[in-house]
Design a protein around this ligand. Structure first.
Ligand code: SAM
Length: 275
């Protein structure tokens, strides 16, 4: 994609190679090979800029080229050596794979981070997801982690792709604010061994109420796979195992919902003017 990088181009052909390459970013293999991923909507792209990341490719509707927000995004993209594409509804719909696409779409470089890159003292809480499968859940967890000021989201083992269009959409821009770290179960067990605070696993058979622990910060909250929960090995590495009480017929809460309950129970941020 870098071969014709830089500058502003008008492209309205669906067969243009750059358009084809952007469309291919819906596939994990293509994201992995290129190191790029798609983010949609001016608000999300501004969030990226505010967090120090400029798009490598910016695509916007040509009718909106004079809008102030588009001018800001274009300037940032060009300043970083990126390519701006002015286009029409049809091309935007093809790239987004949506009938009603956003008027701006951008390709960003994914930043790979292993568990070694985590500084446990940089925040009061972190959240780890064991083999998360659903990109909607993952994006929602990233958004909630952002809301509570978590230091990062850790992905353990084989997971869905945090750079997928679905996960990025569900994160509502928080993908640029919260670092995502990934590693194997063995890497995670090694991290647990050196973690300075509590590693709080969530498990349905646990008997401790999630708010009734004396767990020391920084808190590493571990959430399980949608079908299987956390592995026995990971449960064994936790300093605490807790459960959110339930009284109805449901046998568990949704992963993203239970993560929000856990994060707010443990690390509700203070916000001036409330209460
Ligand atoms: N059948 C799975 C099991 O036995 O764990 C249910 C998994 S649940 C849909 C996905 C994850 O959400 C769980 O691994 C746990 O991290 C969290 N979770 C859901 N309900 C919970 C509850 N009541 N207490 C604590 N964690 C819960």
């Amino acid at each position: 994609m870098a071969e014709e990088a830089g500058g502003i181009r008008e492209i309205v052909s669906l067969t243009n190679p750059l358009v084809k390459q952007l469309r291919a970013l819906h596939q994990r293999k293509e994201r992995r090979e290129s190191g790029l991923f798609l983010a949609e909507g001016a608000r999300t792209i501004v969030e990226a800029l505010d967090n120090g990341q400029a798009p490598e490719i910016l695509v916007y509707h040509r009718d909106g080229r004079e809008r102030a927000i588009i001018a800001r995004l274009r300037e940032a993209c060009l300043a970083a050596g990126g390519t701006c594409i002015e286009t029409n509804d049809t091309v935007l719909a093809k790239i987004s794979r949506k009938d009603n696409p956003q008027s701006v779409v951008a390709a960003f470089r994914w930043v790979e981070r292993g568990f070694d890159a985590i500084d446990p003292d940089s925040a009061r809480v972190f959240v780890a997801l064991d083999r998360v499968r659903d990109p909607g859940n993952l994006g929602t967890v990233i958004r909630t982690a952002d809301a509570v000021g978590a230091g990062g989201v850790l992905l353990i083992g084989e997971t869905c792709d945090p750079a997928s269009v679905e996960a990025v959409r569900a994160s509502m821009g928080s993908i640029f604010a919260v670092p995502v770290f990934a590693g194997s179960e063995a890497d995670f067990l090694a991290l647990c061994g050196r973690w300075p605070g509590a590693v709080i696993g969530t498990a349905l058979p646990a008997t401790t109420h999630y708010r009734k622990t004396d767990a020391p910060a920084p808190h590493l909250v571990v959430m399980g796979n949608e079908q299987a929960g956390i592995t026995d090995t990971i449960a064994g590495a936790c300093t605490h195992l807790v459960r959110i009480p339930m009284v109805g017929r449901a046998d568990s809460l949704n992963l993203a919902v239970s993560t929000a309950v856990m994060l707010y129970g443990i690390a509700e941020p203070e916000e001036g003017g409330l209460g």
